[in-house]
Design a protein around this ligand. Structure first.
Ligand code: HIF
Length: 290
């Protein structure tokens, strides 16, 4: 018996076609498992890929997607990661089907797949991440706190190596999914189509009137027109801050510009701290489902 798809001929070396098969298996499972949340695991897969990557610290080179240390406590129990077990469990049957792929590669590929399958831009992706042991778990506090303002956003994303424009572009991913009171304490979706990737997050930020939600939960904002949508304090920071606002306006106006800039910055996020052998120009562009 041979581990990880190895054969008598030697170790199994997956090709782009093998990774495309993993992509298709994730896409197929996304299409089948519609009995979850707003009808798709896509948003929570994007959140898993981001929380696996967003622990990166450029000073020490620690954290990032290389390692998939969120498999272990204490990282899996960090408050910011509440609810991500749903995403990790969703991907386990895929891991069983393709045992040669690392969890770290699978979690990031899952995020790229979800963005593409939900109608977003292509997210070119390359393999090369290796799972690490529990000792590589990152300390709590590396992921952002939604109750904070612009300085905190710059502290957290600056630590990963992003500039203002990139921070705003990333934030457009809040077009997807929703907040859950039993996970973060916040409640509701950012727009009316939480399973479609779009620039709606920016359009609504600019065009809607937002006021404090009257409730017993943490401070969040609600739209004047329907009182069903939400913005986090960190989301509102993007329109209040002079450095961020011009980019919000650009993305609200031009979906193509947002898609392009978002793709570049999400690719960068998923690759933070990974020692790749595959060159950037050889990234795989997965074919999305019809
Ligand atoms: Fe989120 N984010 N995020 N986020 N996020 C939540 C949900 C999602 C922040 C806070 C929250 C990014 C940045 C930040 C997604 C993707 C990305 C929730 C709700 C909170 C509180 C969790 C829950 O209750 O289930 C903060 C403070 C961020 C820094 C500004 C990224 C850019 C937008 C990096 C990003 O890609 C996605 C997708 C979800 C929806 C998950 C779901 O289960 O539907």
């Amino acid at each position: 018996f041979y581990l990880n798809g190895a054969s008598p001929k030697g170790p199994f070396v997956p090709t782009q076609a093998d990774y495309q098969k993993v992509y298709e298996a994730v896409a197929q499972r996304l299409a089948n498992e519609t009995d979850y949340d707003d009808g798709s695991y896509g948003p929570v897969l994007v959140r898993l890929a981001w929380h696996a990557s967003g622990t990166f610290d450029k000073e020490t080179g620690t954290g990032g997607s290389n390692g998939a240390t969120m498999r272990f406590a204490p990282e899996s129990d960090h408050g910011a990661n509440a609810g991500l077990k749903a995403a990790r469990d969703f991907l386990e049957p895929i891991k069983a089907q393709f045992p040669w792929i690392s969890h770290s590669d699978l979690w990031t590929l899952g995020g790229a797949c979800a963005i593409q399958e939900l109608g977003g831009p292509t997210i070119p992706w390359r393999p090369g991440r290796q799972d690490k042991e529990v000792a590589a778990c990152t300390p709590d506090g590396r992921l952002p706190d939604a109750t904070q303002g612009p300085r905190h956003i710059r502290d957290i994303f600056g630590r990963m190596g992003f500039d203002d424009r990139e921070m705003v572009a990333l934030c457009g991913a809040h077009a997807l999914g929703r907040c859950h009171t039993d996970r973060s304490g916040f409640d509701g979706p950012w727009n009316f189509s939480p399973t479609v990737f779009s620039n709606e997050f920016f359009r609504l930020l600019v065009e809607e009137k937002w006021s404090h939600k009257k409730w017993n939960g943490p401070t969040q904002f609600t739209d004047k027109t329907t009182s069903t949508l939400m913005m986090l304090p960190t989301d509102m920071a993007l329109v209040k801050d002079k450095g961020f606002k011009p980019h919000v306006d650009r993305y609200a106006k031009d979906s193509d510009v947002f898609f392009k800039e978002f793709s570049d910055v999400f690719v960068k996020l998923l690759e933070l701290g990974v020692p790749f052998e595959v060159k950037p120009e050889d990234r795989f562009v997965f074919k999305a489902s019809e």
